[in-house]
Design a protein around this ligand. Structure first.
Ligand code: A3D
Length: 320
């Protein structure tokens, strides 16, 4: 069987980390693409030289030519600019929309059968625009955010309860912004609802609220600490888990920015929802029952995503 081909559009901090992880896991041959000349080639060479030490077989190449992503099975998109301290994800819209347009066309012309995972921010708007520009079916274009946001939520819960992260199952829904919805009612410690665990461990509701708030602001906390750029290790790991679910037809249920039509009262929007990921791409959006409060929080979040889509349509005629 031929090796799979993984194309990484954007070879910056997340792109380079993705390449390293994909190579280590021998997921396939890897093409690093970027508009910066020399940089993807340099990273590819450097990463290739990890092979003899780490013992992986993966051909890693760097390029500035979209023709080299031809036939890719999976494309992961990080092209664009990240946040600087004080910026919101939405501040990136104008600049990253132009980038996503060129990426969408590159994918359409070279690997229209690929499964495409978008990471570029503002995520929910960029994944929608990428789907529009690439013309791929909705089930083959997905956004990575929920896996990361849920991992942040799980980390903070594990620290609070002093338990292994392996036993924490945390869930975040909605758009990837300050209005995201960490859902305590579906978060458990090895099956024990978080609210029950809080009682057992003497953790107050106020403290749980603080954890929810910290999760929502989790990306900004790292941007502030780094001083330059945004998180990249956990975002890369999250996207790799999604790519593995697709390549291995794993049927994992992961929170992804998927195209939702009909469910959750939505009509054609990309937003974070539990999604079955398998060989068919986003095979099913799972509609879970939410409390009235969770529903209204989700509505605030999806309204914010809709506003961003309107802004995209205002910036690019072809999206109207
Ligand atoms: P960075 O290290 O700057 O890498 C971005 C790369 O994109 C750079 O190497 C650029 O040269 C390249 N690039 C710019 N324009 C183009 C273009 N037209 N075509 C191809 N490549 C181009 O950023 P990063 O890797 O840290 O972050 C990448 C993106 O991911 C940013 O938009 C971040 O905001 C976003 N991000 C999203 C999450 C989510 O959870 C959704 C988390 C962290 C970062």
């Amino acid at each position: 069987m031929a090796r799979k081909k993984i194309a990484l559009i954007g070879s910056g901090m997340i792109g380079g980390t993705l390449a390293h992880l994909a190579a280590k896991k021998e997921m396939g041959d890897i093409v690093l693409f970027d508009i910066a000349e020399g940089m993807p080639q340099g990273k590819a060479l450097d990463l290739s030289q990890c092979g003899p030490i780490e013992g992986f077989d993966a051909k890693i190449t760097g390029t500035n030519d979209y023709a080299d992503i031809a036939g890719a099975d999976v494309v992961i998109v990080t092209a664009g600019v990240p946040r600087k301290p004080g910026m919101s994800r939405d501040d990136l819209l104008g600049i990253n929309l132009k980038v996503i347009k060129s990426v969408g066309e590159g994918i359409k012309n070279n690997c229209p059968d690929a499964f495409v995972i978008c990471i570029t921010n503002p995520l929910d708007a960029m994944v929608w625009a990428l789907r529009e520009f690439s013309g791929l079916p909705h089930n083959k274009v997905v956004g990575m955010a929920g896996v990361l946001d849920s991992a942040r939520f799980a980390t903070f819960l594990a620290w609070e309860f002093d338990v292994s992260v392996k036993d924490v199952n945390a869930f975040v829904l909605g758009g990837h912004g300050d209005t995201m919805v960490p859902v305590l009612s579906y978060s458990t410690i090895n099956g024990i609802p978080v609210k029950d665990m809080a009682k057992i461990k003497g953790v107050s509701e106020d403290r749980l609220d603080e954890i929810v708030k910290r999760t929502r602001a989790g990306g900004g906390e790292i941007v502030k600490l780094l001083g330059n750029g945004s998180a990249y290790y956990a975002p890369a790991t999250s996207a790799i888990a999604m790519a593995e679910a697709y390549l291995g037809d794993q049927k994992r249920i992961l929170p992804c920015a998927s195209y939702v039509e009909g469910k959750y009262g939505l009509d054609g929007l990309y937003v974070g929802v539990p999604t079955v990921l398998g060989a068919g791409g986003t095979e099913e959006v799972v509609e879970i029952e939410l409390s009235d409060e969770e529903k209204s929080n989700l509505k605030v979040s999806t309204d914010a995503v809709e506003e961003l889509l309107d802004a995209c349509k205002g910036l690019d005629e072809s999206l109207k």
